[in-house]
Design a protein around this ligand. Structure first.
Ligand code: SF4
Length: 362
């Protein structure tokens, strides 16, 4: 198996390089390339060609390789299908926005949570990702951004300087089933890439002890709760985790976190329809009654509800609801004083919108 240079510390890297008969300074040159997210050795033009060829035979740069890269039609979203060292595959999405460049990072290969509307869980959980595997996803996105200039893709907006500025841990996997590695990764992103805590979001389906661990960690990140239903009975039907951690306990832990960190709590709510026996689309979790119930749960708290119109996933048995129904649900929340926005679909044409991340092998 090839050695992954990114996983070596400075002393190990120097040993590896000097054992190839190379001077020590080469390891520093290589480290600089690794920290920039160099996808392979061919780009390391300040190394002699025979060393690049040798490294190519015996080593890898990063702990992930790009298998496939898809660009959305508007060039603003790039989805990477990445292969880990053991052959598992994950996805990561780069979104170029007017407020900066955001990377949606996966925290696990697969997911055990079994949410009924989500494609990421279809193959079950394979394993947790390491700190390096999460950090390398950001470096791959950063490398892509720096090569945008060559492709004549301009930063989107004045406030956007072209580097990764935001991280959302909202890709494949449940971050709070891998909490310590996620924390290690975010500490590194903050200290090495200078990404401010306030520009980092961790999304959970509601693992109460994990939310409490974030509170103990005590960084002012954004917490997003995938709620998707305002009553236990309905939530348990679409999110099995609700059988373990009840809705009110999840919300109380989340309110505690947001009060402690003085951060607005994000509530994610996918608007789902279903087909009835006449093949008509009926509202599943987004009736007027459910909008009122959701308002009751959230009233008086510092929250923002992100409404996410359902994106079709072939294997999942839900249907998209009309734009009118989306706005009706939103209007009730607004009338009740709940901050609400409808999330713009980004990259839906390349399957990178919420709930569409999945492994499509081959
Ligand atoms: S929504 Fe998140 S927690 Fe639920 S199955 Fe999908 S990846 Fe896992």
């Amino acid at each position: 198996m090839k050695t992954i240079l990114f996983n070596l510390n400075d002393i190990e890297l120097e040993k590896f390089i000097t054992e190839l008969g190379q001077p020590r300074f080469r390891s520093k040159q290589i480290r600089e390339w690794l920290n920039r997210g160099a996808p392979d050795f061919s780009v390391m033009k300040n190394l002699p060609e025979d060393l690049r060829n040798k490294l190519n035979d015996i080593a890898e740069t990063l702990p992930l390789k790009i298998v496939k890269k898809l660009e959305s039609g508007d060039n603003q979203t790039t989805k990477f299908l990445l292969e880990l060292n053991d052959g598992e595959q994950i996805e990561c999405v780069l979104m170029r926005t007017t407020y900066g460049n955001s990377v949606c990072v996966s925290s696990q290969a697969g997911c055990a949570m079994g949410c009924k509307f989500c494609a990421s869980t279809l193959l079950g959980l394979k394993r947790n990702l390491t700190v390096n595997e999460m950090f390398a996803q950001v470096l791959i996105a950063q490398w892509e951004l720096r090569s945008d200039k060559l492709k004549d893709i301009k930063p989107n907006g004045d406030a956007n300087n072209g580097d990764v500025s935001h991280i959302v841990v909202m890709g494949t996997g449940e971050p709070l089933q891998n909490t310590q590695n996620v924390i290690g990764f975010l500490e590194r992103a903050n200290s090495e890439l200078n990404i401010s805590w306030r520009r980092i979001t961790v999304s959970t389906c509601g693992i109460v002890p994990g939310i409490q661990e974030l509170s103990t960690w005590g960084r002012p990140i954004n917490l997003a709760i995938s709620l998707h239903a305002p009553v236990d009975e309905l939530r348990s039907q679409i999110m099995p985790i609700n059988n373990k951690y009840k809705l009110i306990d999840v919300l109380n832990a989340a309110f505690d976190f947001s009060d402690q960190q003085n951060r607005q709590l994000m509530i994610e709510y996918i608007l789902l329809g279903k087909r009835d026996e006449n093949d008509e689309i009926v509202l599943y979790n987004c009736s007027n009654e459910y909008a009122e119930k959701l308002s009751e749960l959230l009233r008086g708290h510092n929250v923002m509800v992100n409404l996410i119109p359902w994106n079709t996933v072939d294997e999942r048995d839900f249907a998209s609801i009309s734009g009118n129904a989306v706005h009706r649900f939103q209007d009730i929340l607004i009338k009740n004083g709940i901050h609400t926005r409808i999330r713009r679909e980004r990259g839906a044409d390349i399957g990178s919108a919420c709930g569409q991340l999945r492994l499509k092998r081959g």
